[in-house]
Design a protein around this ligand. Structure first.
Ligand code: GRF
Length: 194
Protein backbone atom coordinates (compact mmCIF):
# COMPACT_ATOMS: atom_id res chain seq x y z
CA UNK A 1 0.00 0.00 0.00
CA UNK A 2 1.10 3.56 -0.75
CA UNK A 3 2.31 5.31 2.37
CA UNK A 4 0.99 8.78 3.01
CA UNK A 5 3.78 11.27 2.47
CA UNK A 6 1.87 14.56 2.34
CA UNK A 7 3.34 17.63 3.98
CA UNK A 8 0.79 17.89 6.74
CA UNK A 9 -1.89 15.84 8.38
CA UNK A 10 -5.55 16.37 7.57
CA UNK A 11 -7.28 18.01 10.51
CA UNK A 12 -10.08 15.70 11.59
CA UNK A 13 -13.02 15.83 13.99
CA UNK A 14 -14.45 12.59 15.37
CA UNK A 15 -18.13 12.52 16.37
CA UNK A 16 -19.16 10.06 19.09
CA UNK A 17 -22.13 9.22 21.28
CA UNK A 18 -20.94 6.31 23.41
CA UNK A 19 -17.99 4.09 24.28
CA UNK A 20 -15.57 5.54 21.78
CA UNK A 21 -13.48 2.45 21.07
CA UNK A 22 -13.23 3.48 17.40
CA UNK A 23 -12.24 6.96 18.52
CA UNK A 24 -9.51 5.58 20.77
CA UNK A 25 -8.25 3.40 17.95
CA UNK A 26 -8.17 6.30 15.47
CA UNK A 27 -6.30 8.46 17.98
CA UNK A 28 -3.72 5.69 18.29
CA UNK A 29 -3.30 5.52 14.52
CA UNK A 30 -3.22 9.29 14.13
CA UNK A 31 -0.08 9.34 16.26
CA UNK A 32 1.83 7.35 13.65
CA UNK A 33 4.03 9.53 11.52
CA UNK A 34 2.70 8.12 8.25
CA UNK A 35 -0.97 8.19 9.14
CA UNK A 36 -2.64 11.01 7.17
CA UNK A 37 -4.91 12.56 9.82
CA UNK A 38 -4.57 14.30 13.14
CA UNK A 39 -7.52 14.29 15.50
CA UNK A 40 -8.05 17.85 16.62
CA UNK A 41 -11.60 17.82 17.85
CA UNK A 42 -14.03 15.40 19.48
CA UNK A 43 -17.72 16.18 19.27
CA UNK A 44 -20.53 14.44 21.10
CA UNK A 45 -24.27 14.85 21.51
CA UNK A 46 -24.04 13.05 24.84
CA UNK A 47 -22.29 14.54 27.87
CA UNK A 48 -22.13 11.05 29.39
CA UNK A 49 -20.40 9.40 26.42
CA UNK A 50 -17.64 7.24 27.89
CA UNK A 51 -15.45 8.02 24.90
CA UNK A 52 -15.10 11.64 26.01
CA UNK A 53 -12.47 10.42 28.43
CA UNK A 54 -10.06 10.08 25.50
CA UNK A 55 -10.25 13.83 24.96
CA UNK A 56 -8.80 14.29 28.45
CA UNK A 57 -6.36 11.40 28.17
CA UNK A 58 -4.93 12.58 24.86
CA UNK A 59 -5.42 16.31 25.37
CA UNK A 60 -7.77 16.77 22.46
CA UNK A 61 -10.33 19.56 22.34
CA UNK A 62 -13.84 18.27 23.03
CA UNK A 63 -17.30 19.78 22.95
CA UNK A 64 -20.76 18.42 23.76
CA UNK A 65 -23.78 19.75 21.88
CA UNK A 66 -27.39 19.49 22.89
CA UNK A 67 -29.32 18.13 19.93
CA UNK A 68 -32.77 18.94 21.34
CA UNK A 69 -32.64 21.72 18.76
CA UNK A 70 -30.73 20.13 15.89
CA UNK A 71 -30.63 23.26 13.73
CA UNK A 72 -28.93 25.27 16.46
CA UNK A 73 -26.61 22.40 17.43
CA UNK A 74 -25.46 21.90 13.85
CA UNK A 75 -24.94 25.61 13.32
CA UNK A 76 -22.71 25.76 16.39
CA UNK A 77 -20.84 22.63 15.34
CA UNK A 78 -20.20 23.99 11.86
CA UNK A 79 -18.76 27.20 13.21
CA UNK A 80 -16.51 25.24 15.60
CA UNK A 81 -15.36 23.01 12.74
CA UNK A 82 -14.48 26.01 10.56
CA UNK A 83 -12.81 27.80 13.47
CA UNK A 84 -10.61 24.75 14.01
CA UNK A 85 -9.94 24.34 10.27
CA UNK A 86 -11.36 20.83 10.30
CA UNK A 87 -11.15 19.19 6.88
CA UNK A 88 -12.54 15.73 7.58
CA UNK A 89 -15.25 14.34 9.87
CA UNK A 90 -15.20 10.73 11.04
CA UNK A 91 -18.42 9.52 12.60
CA UNK A 92 -17.70 6.76 15.08
CA UNK A 93 -20.78 5.56 16.89
CA UNK A 94 -22.48 8.93 16.51
CA UNK A 95 -26.19 8.29 17.09
CA UNK A 96 -27.67 11.44 15.58
CA UNK A 97 -28.61 11.81 11.95
CA UNK A 98 -27.01 14.90 10.47
CA UNK A 99 -29.19 17.17 8.36
CA UNK A 100 -28.95 17.44 4.60
CA UNK A 101 -27.67 20.99 4.82
CA UNK A 102 -24.95 20.08 7.33
CA UNK A 103 -23.81 17.25 5.09
CA UNK A 104 -23.79 19.56 2.08
CA UNK A 105 -21.58 22.06 3.90
CA UNK A 106 -19.07 19.28 4.46
CA UNK A 107 -19.83 17.52 1.24
CA UNK A 108 -17.75 14.49 0.47
CA UNK A 109 -15.71 14.87 3.64
CA UNK A 110 -17.74 12.88 6.16
CA UNK A 111 -17.00 9.20 6.76
CA UNK A 112 -18.95 6.74 8.88
CA UNK A 113 -18.37 3.23 10.14
CA UNK A 114 -21.41 0.98 10.21
CA UNK A 115 -21.63 -2.50 11.78
CA UNK A 116 -23.10 -4.39 8.82
CA UNK A 117 -22.31 -5.28 5.26
CA UNK A 118 -24.13 -2.35 3.66
CA UNK A 119 -26.47 -2.05 1.83
CA UNK A 120 -27.78 -4.73 4.17
CA UNK A 121 -29.12 -3.51 7.51
CA UNK A 122 -29.01 0.25 7.36
CA UNK A 123 -29.92 1.90 10.65
CA UNK A 124 -29.99 0.30 14.10
CA UNK A 125 -29.85 -3.22 15.56
CA UNK A 126 -27.75 -4.60 12.74
CA UNK A 127 -26.45 -7.63 14.66
CA UNK A 128 -29.88 -8.67 15.89
CA UNK A 129 -31.22 -8.47 12.36
CA UNK A 130 -28.34 -10.49 10.88
CA UNK A 131 -28.79 -13.18 13.57
CA UNK A 132 -32.55 -13.30 13.15
CA UNK A 133 -32.16 -13.84 9.42
CA UNK A 134 -29.64 -16.64 10.00
CA UNK A 135 -27.08 -14.84 7.85
CA UNK A 136 -23.81 -16.64 7.31
CA UNK A 137 -21.85 -13.38 7.46
CA UNK A 138 -22.03 -10.03 9.13
CA UNK A 139 -19.35 -7.40 8.96
CA UNK A 140 -18.64 -3.72 8.85
CA UNK A 141 -18.53 -0.96 6.28
CA UNK A 142 -16.79 2.39 6.04
CA UNK A 143 -18.71 4.70 3.75
CA UNK A 144 -19.09 8.31 2.77
CA UNK A 145 -22.02 10.06 4.36
CA UNK A 146 -24.65 11.49 2.06
CA UNK A 147 -28.15 12.69 2.80
CA UNK A 148 -29.64 9.18 2.81
CA UNK A 149 -29.04 7.10 5.94
CA UNK A 150 -26.09 4.66 5.58
CA UNK A 151 -26.28 4.95 1.79
CA UNK A 152 -23.17 6.87 0.71
CA UNK A 153 -20.38 5.46 -1.42
CA UNK A 154 -18.72 2.45 0.18
CA UNK A 155 -14.99 2.84 0.78
CA UNK A 156 -14.22 -0.57 2.32
CA UNK A 157 -15.98 -3.54 3.88
CA UNK A 158 -14.91 -6.49 5.98
CA UNK A 159 -16.87 -9.72 6.27
CA UNK A 160 -17.16 -11.46 9.63
CA UNK A 161 -18.39 -15.04 9.85
CA UNK A 162 -21.43 -15.70 12.02
CA UNK A 163 -21.19 -18.87 14.11
CA UNK A 164 -24.13 -21.06 15.15
CA UNK A 165 -23.87 -20.14 18.82
CA UNK A 166 -23.33 -16.42 18.28
CA UNK A 167 -25.45 -13.88 20.11
CA UNK A 168 -25.56 -10.10 19.81
CA UNK A 169 -22.78 -9.74 22.35
CA UNK A 170 -20.33 -12.21 20.82
CA UNK A 171 -21.02 -11.07 17.28
CA UNK A 172 -20.77 -7.35 17.99
CA UNK A 173 -17.50 -7.93 19.82
CA UNK A 174 -16.00 -9.75 16.84
CA UNK A 175 -17.29 -7.16 14.37
CA UNK A 176 -15.95 -4.30 16.51
CA UNK A 177 -12.50 -5.87 16.43
CA UNK A 178 -12.64 -5.76 12.63
CA UNK A 179 -13.97 -2.19 12.71
CA UNK A 180 -10.78 -1.17 14.46
CA UNK A 181 -8.77 -2.65 11.61
CA UNK A 182 -11.00 -1.37 8.84
CA UNK A 183 -11.50 2.29 9.72
CA UNK A 184 -7.83 3.33 9.61
CA UNK A 185 -7.25 1.48 6.33
CA UNK A 186 -10.37 3.03 4.80
CA UNK A 187 -9.32 6.53 5.87
CA UNK A 188 -5.95 6.05 4.20
CA UNK A 189 -7.54 4.72 1.06
CA UNK A 190 -10.11 7.52 0.94
CA UNK A 191 -7.54 10.29 1.36
CA UNK A 192 -5.07 8.84 -1.09
CA UNK A 193 -7.76 8.42 -3.75
CA UNK A 194 -9.23 11.91 -3.29
C1 GRF B 1 -19.69 0.63 16.33
O1 GRF B 1 -20.16 -0.67 16.19
C2 GRF B 1 -19.98 1.44 15.09
O2 GRF B 1 -19.89 0.70 13.91
C3 GRF B 1 -21.39 1.86 15.33
O3 GRF B 1 -21.45 2.14 16.70
C4 GRF B 1 -20.45 1.39 17.40
C5 GRF B 1 -19.61 2.37 18.14
O4 GRF B 1 -18.69 1.75 18.99
N1 GRF B 1 -21.77 2.93 14.44
P1 GRF B 1 -17.57 2.62 19.71
O5 GRF B 1 -18.29 3.77 20.42
O6 GRF B 1 -16.62 3.13 18.68
O7 GRF B 1 -16.93 1.69 20.70
Amino acid sequence: MIEYSGPKKIKTAVFISGTGSNLKNLIKFSKQRNFPISIDLIISNNAKAKGLIYANNFKIKKKVFNFSNKIIAEKKILSLLFKNKIELICLAGFMKILSKSFIQRFNGKILNIHPSLLPKYKGLDTHARALKNNDKYSGCTVHLVNSKLDSGKIILQKKVKIYKNDNIKTLSKRVLKQEHKLYPVAIKRFLINL
